[in-house]
Design a protein around this ligand. Structure first.
Ligand code: MF3
Ligand code: CO
Ligand code: CO
Length: 327
C-alpha cells in the first residue's frame, strides 16, 4: 500500500509497473521524479466555528481589494501587534509538531486547531480559493505548497508559512525547519536564508527606499553563490492580507518607495541552491525550482518605526527570539 504522493520504501525495477498504479513501467513513469516532492491527496476544507471573526473572502474565495492607508494608525498597529504575536506562536508550535512519518495534512489539522483555540481565522483558508490553513513547502518547493497526504521524511527541509486574522488584521510569518538529519549543504542553505531575512530587516529605516532591503538580501545570497527568487515578493499587510507595497528581495533601482514610520510589510526571501527560476504545479499554487534543487524561506511582518524596524511576528513566542546576527 502506498499513500498517494509517497513512493514505497522499496522501489520497482526499471521495467516493472510503477508504484503509483498507473500501469506504466516505472522507468516511463515516476523514476524521473525519484527524490522529488510529489503531489498527494488534499483533504476537504476544514471548517471554522461561527464565533470566529473572518475576512470577507472566507465565504466566497473572492478577494476584494480596497484602499488602505500605507501608514497605519496607532490603534491599527496595536491590533497588528496582537495578530503578529498569535501568528508567531502558531508558527513555533507548528514547527515543534513536525517529525518524520506524519503527513503535511496532519500538520494542517494541528495548525488549524491552534488558530481556532486563539480565536483567529487561518488567513490562507479560501484565500483566492486556497484550500488549507497554512502553506507547507518541502525541499525544492519554493512556496505555497498545499498540505496533503505526503509523508514528511528524515532529511527534509520544511517551510511552514502561517498567517492569522484576528482583531480585523493579519499577521504573516514563516520559517524553514530541519527534519532529522539534514545534509550540511542544506543546513547551510537554511542558515544563510535566515541571515538574508535578518539583513533585510536591518536595512529597514525611515527615509530610505525599499530597494535597500533587496540590496542587503541579494548581496548576502550572492556571496554564498545562492539564487534569489524573483517571482514572489514581500507585501504590505494590514486589514488586507496583501496590499500594494511590494518588497523585492533583490536590488532594483525602481523600488524607490520611501519607508515611513507606521508602514507595515513582510520581508520573506526565498533563496535557492541553484536556479532562482520557478515552475508551477498543475494545482496552480505550488511553486518549485525549475532545476529541482532545494530552496528555503523565512518571513516576518515588520513595522517601520522612527529609528528602524519592529518585528511584529517576533518576540518571546517566536521560533527564534531575535536576530542571530546581532548576538
Ligand atoms: N503567507 C503567504 C505570504 O507570505 C501567502 C499565502 S497565500 C495562499 O504571502 F493562498 F497561498 F495561502
Ligand atoms: Co507574506
Ligand atoms: Co506568509
Amino acid at each position: 500500500m502506498t499513500i498517494a504522493g509517497n513512493p514505497p520504501d522499496v522501489l520497482p525495477q526499471a521495467n516493472e509497473p510503477c508504484w503509483c498504479g498507473s500501469g506504466r513501467r516505472y522507468k516511463r513513469c515516476h523514476r524521473a521524479s525519484e527524490g522529488r516532492v510529489l503531489p498527494g491527496v488534499i483533504s476537504p476544507m476544514r471548517s471554522v466555528p461561527d464565533h470566529i471573526e473572518r475576512p470577507s473572502y472566507a465565504a466566497t474565495g473572492l478577494v476584494e481589494r480596497w484602499d488602505e492607508p500605507v501608514v497605519k494608525s496607532d490603534e491599527v498597529i496595536e491590533r497588528m501587534r496582537h495578530a503578529g504575536r498569535v501568528a508567531a506562536e502558531v508558527l513555533r508550535l507548528s514547527g515543534e509538531f513536525l517529525r518524520p512519518g506524519i503527513t503535511t495534512d496532519e500538520v494542517d489539522e494541528y495548525t488549524h486547531g491552534l488558530f481556532i483555540e486563539r480565536g483567529a481565522y487561518p488567513s490562507t483558508l479560501n484565500y483566492h480559493g486556497y484550500p488549507k490553513s497554512l502553506c507547507s513547502s518541502a525541499n525544492e518547493v519554493i512556496c505555497h505548497g498545499i498540505p496533503d497526504s505526503r509523508v514528511i521524511r528524515d532529511g527534509d527541509i520544511m517551510n511552514l508559512d502561517v498567517t492569522g486574522f484576528i482583531g480585523g488584521v493579519h499577521g504573516d510569518t514563516n520559517a524553514t525547519f530541519l527534519i532529522g538529519e539534514v545534509s550540511e549543504e542544506n543546513r547551510r542553505l537554511v542558515r544563510v536564508t535566515e541571515e538574508c531575512m535578518w539583513l533585510g530587516i536591518e536595512a529597514v529605516r525611515p527615509g530610505r527606499p525599499l530597494s535597500d532591503i533587496g540590496r542587503a538580501i541579494e548581496e548576502h545570497a550572492t556571496a554564498h553563490d545562492y539564487g534569489v527568487v524573483r517571482a514572489f515578493i514581500g507585501h504590505g499587510i494590514g486589514e488586507q492580507f496583501h496590499t500594494d507595497i511590494q518588497v523585492l528581495h533583490y536590488y532594483d533601482s525602481r523600488a524607490t518607495t520611501v519607508m515611513r514610520p507606521g508602514m507595515v510589510f513582510t520581508i520573506e526571501p526565498m533563496i535557492t541552491l541553484g536556479s532562482w527560476q520557478h515552475r508551477m504545479w498543475d494545482d496552480g499554487w505550488t511553486a518549485v525550482t525549475s532545476d529541482g534543487r532545494w530552496t528555503a524561506q523565512f518571513e516576518h511582518t515588520i513595522l517601520v518605526t522612527e529609528d528602524g524596524a519592529e518585528v511584529l511576528t517576533g518576540g518571546d513566542g517566536a521560533v527564534s527570539a531575535g536576530n542571530p546576527l546581532s548576538l
